[in-house]
Write a protein that binds this ligand. Structure first.
Ligand code: HEM
Length: 470
């Protein structure tokens, strides 16, 4: 065990101790006479945190589920938790009784993204913000972005193939999804602002998954500073757009044009806008990039399937290179590959909520203040819902999955408003990749690394080559 690990365990221990002391005060206060779900709370104070972090988290969850069933309790990272792994239980928490479970994130992460980002909220503020975000990411809005996304995909692929060097696919996909995020938020943004956003956002991104200490020189402290610079840059962009009166139908335009009529025409503050822009960039980047990286791996590992995708794409390929909206909406094989990649990779393995009151579910008590975790990945890999779940088999999506068994984009009031954009990026990337390029994965090691989302080991090092088009 190295020093960093010892330090981490000490911090987890102290955090667990404080939250245990706080939560144990609440014992016996419940108004509901129901028993807690089955499960083990692990050791005093630290719960089962070490068990979770000392092995593959998916095995930890799967073993628990096998032993206790669809709902079980545990204690980790200082919090008592109830985990849910059945369609019914997940629907209860995310959809039908969503008002009883609020989103919950560590304070250190909220401070970095910005407290006003929509995914930290419930109620009216969340509803208003979500409408704006959904509007800018609707199919109608995305139709107008297809050409720009294609230009970005083509120049990205050209850059990978030029020089023939090995690239880290995940890192490159991150750059691609960041560019698309910027496009969706601002439309065309001046190169200077784009560079400044990229530079500072990268520092925030690094700090997000680091230990949250504000000691000078630490990645977290640097990230907080970069976050403040991002706010300044965003304010400059907003001033300029307002001056030039160039408020288009992109997300920034939606934010700036918003007026709350019920509150006398109240507008969004600059901080609210900045927090939501950073929030969208954050929600959009690693998620999309890791699924695309997995998709390239799955296709590379199944050459027969790759040939089928190529045949579908080549049939619609034209020399002017640009896909039409109608073509994009009609790619059955490619679309199933995307769905199966989302299922297999399950990059958002679970999410967190916190019970805002004592809640009873199927005779079990979920006490107020406990964390509640719907386990998406466990459901996506449950053979009851997906036959031979470890096999990559896009044809399983010829029939729609049973309700609430397939939730790569979550469900209910906080489900992903960017899901159509994410799929559009993937379709466009795949089309231009398989019609004009080929790729070779470098090295024979297979495995997963957590960054923090699961990605192929070392980000899937690969070489890309341009192919003559026929
Ligand atoms: C493959 C890519 C993506 C995956 C797998 C994904 C997955 C998810 C999931 C599971 C949630 C729900 C989390 C919860 O219930 O706690 C979510 C929420 C969200 N996603 Fe995505 N996402 C992806 C791409 C995107 C993109 C491209 C955008 C924006 C451009 C985006 C913006 C958001 C936002 C803003 C929320 C919070 C919604 C709310 O709280 O109301 N996501 N995403």
């Amino acid at each position: 065990m190295d020093k960093a690990q010892v330090f981490l365990y000490v911090i987890i221990f102290l955090f667990s101790l404080f939250s245990y002391m706080f939560l144990s005060k609440r014992k016996g206060e419940s108004s509901i006479r129901a028993k807690l779900p089955p499960g083990s709370m692990g050791w005093p104070y630290i719960g089962e945190t070490l068990q979770l972090y000392s092995r593959d988290p998916n095995i930890f969850f799967a073993n628990k589920q096998r032993r206790y069933g669809e709902i079980f309790k545990t204690h980790m990272l200082g919090c008592p938790c109830v985990m849910l792994a059945s369609p019914e239980a997940v629907r209860f928490v995310l959809v039908t009784q969503a008002h009883l479970f609020k989103p919950t994130y560590p304070m250190s992460k909220e401070n970095l993204i910005g407290k006003s980002a929509l995914f930290f909220h419930q109620g009216d503020y969340h509803i208003h913000l979500r409408k704006l975000v959904q509007g800018s990411l609707s199919l109608e809005a995305l139709r107008h972005q297809v050409d720009d996304i294609q230009d970005i995909a083509i120049s990205t692929l050209d850059s990978w193939a030029s020089g023939g060097h090995v690239i880290n696919t995940f890192h490159e996909m991150k750059k691609f999804s960041f560019e698309i995020g910027i496009l969706t938020i601002f439309g065309h943004l001046e190169a200077y602002y784009k560079e400044e956003m990229k530079k500072n956002y990268t520092i925030v991104d690094k700090g997000y998954n680091s230990f949250p200490t504000e000691l000078p020189g630490t990645p977290y402290k640097k990230a907080l500073r970069a976050r403040r610079r991002l706010s300044k840059i965003l304010n400059e962009i907003i001033c300029e757009k307002k001056e030039k009166n160039s408020l288009k139908k992109n997300l920034l335009g939606f934010f700036l044009n918003y007026k709350d009529d019920e509150k006398g025409g109240e507008v969004l503050t600059e901080d609210q806008i900045a927090d939501n822009i950073i929030g969208i960039l954050f929600a959009a980047q690693d998620t999309t990039a890791s699924v695309m990286t997995w998709m390239l791996k799955y296709l590379h590992d199944d050459q027969k399937l790759l040939e089928a995708v190529k045949a579908e794409q080549k049939a619609i390929y034209t020399n002017n290179c640009h896909l039409t909206w109608a073509q994009i909406r009609n790619m059955p094989i490619t679309y199933k590959v995307i769905l199966e990649s989302l299922r297999m990779a399950s990059v958002i393995s679970f999410t967190f909520r916190e019970a805002v009151a004592d809640v009873e579910y199927k005779g079990y008590l979920i006490p107020k203040g406990w964390k509640v975790m719907p386990l998406f990945r466990n459901m996506h890999h449950n053979q009851e819902f997906f036959i031979e779940p470890q096999e990559f088999n896009p044809s399983r999506f010829e029939d729609p999955p049973k309700p609430y068994t397939f939730m790569p984009f979550g469900s209910g009031v906080h489900s992903c408003p960017g899901n159509e954009l994410a799929k559009l990026e993937m379709v466009i990337m795949i089309h231009h990749l398989v019609t004009k390029f080929r790729w070779e994965v470098v090295g024979s090691q297979s495995g997963i690394q957590y960054s923090p989302f699961p990605v192929p080991l070392h980000g899937l090092p690969a070489r890309f080559f341009e192919e003559p088009t026929s």
